[in-house]
Design a binder for this molecule. Structure first.
Ligand code: AR6
Length: 173
């Protein structure tokens, strides 16, 4: 069964889903944007588990394009799936790493048994990926990745991000 893809505009740390995806960095120890909002609202349990991951399996941090799950703390979710987007480059094509964030997050969601997954627009903030291209990669990737997830919800922070995703779906329905 292919998942239903939906969009909402808002703050991803306030949504309800089985799994909420965090646009993290490889340290897994927090940051701004989505990462800041998730840790602020989710509370210290998330950071504690991230620290344990750093002290065990991910001593060097989480590689770009990979994903790992922790508790969701006080968020209205069962898990946070942390993934590390690539920094956008004008000289190197890193699209496959961005696609990998969506694929790996869905793979982890399947392992957990998550049925609903909320994604932010990974790499389009601090990591500067242009929104139209990021929307194309995000949507094309989730539409072609086999998964048992039933609903994929994109939570887009502002009008510009929401429009970029909606426009891509209008062009490629
Ligand atoms: N809910 C949903 N979307 C948001 C929220 C929110 N609360 N806050 C920002 N956005 P970013 P990146 C949008 O910077 O580009 C962090 O410091 C934002 O407008 O969160 O992958 C990490 O620790 C943009 O469209 O993630 C890393 O160091 C999108 O979410 C680095 O930033 C992603 O913006 C990761 O950069």
């Amino acid at each position: 069964m292919t998942p239903t893809i939906t969009f909402v505009q808002g703050d991803i740390s306030r949504v309800s889903a089985d799994a909420i995806v965090n646009a993290a960095n490889s340290s897994l120890l927090g940051g701004g944007g989505v990462d800041g909002a998730i840790h602020r609202r989710g509370g210290p349990a998330i950071l504690e588990e991230c620290r344990r991951l750093r002290a065990s399996k991910y001593g060097k941090g989480l590689a770009t394009g990979r994903a790992v799950a922790t508790t969701a703390g006080n968020l209205d979710a069962r898990w946070v799936i942390h993934t590390v987007g690539p920094v956008h480059s004008t000289t190197e094509d890193r699209s496959d790493l961005l696609a990998s964030c969506y694929r790996e997050s869905l793979r982890v969601a399947d392992e957990l048994g998550a049925r609903t997954v909320a994604f932010p627009a990974i790499s389009t903030g601090v990591y500067r990926w242009p929104l139209p291209d990021a929307a194309r990669i995000a949507l094309d990737t989730v539409r072609t990745t086999p998964t048992a997830v039933e609903e994929i919800r994109f939570v887009l922070f502002d009008d510009q991000a929401y429009e970029a995703f909606a426009r891509h779906l209008r062009v490629v329905p």
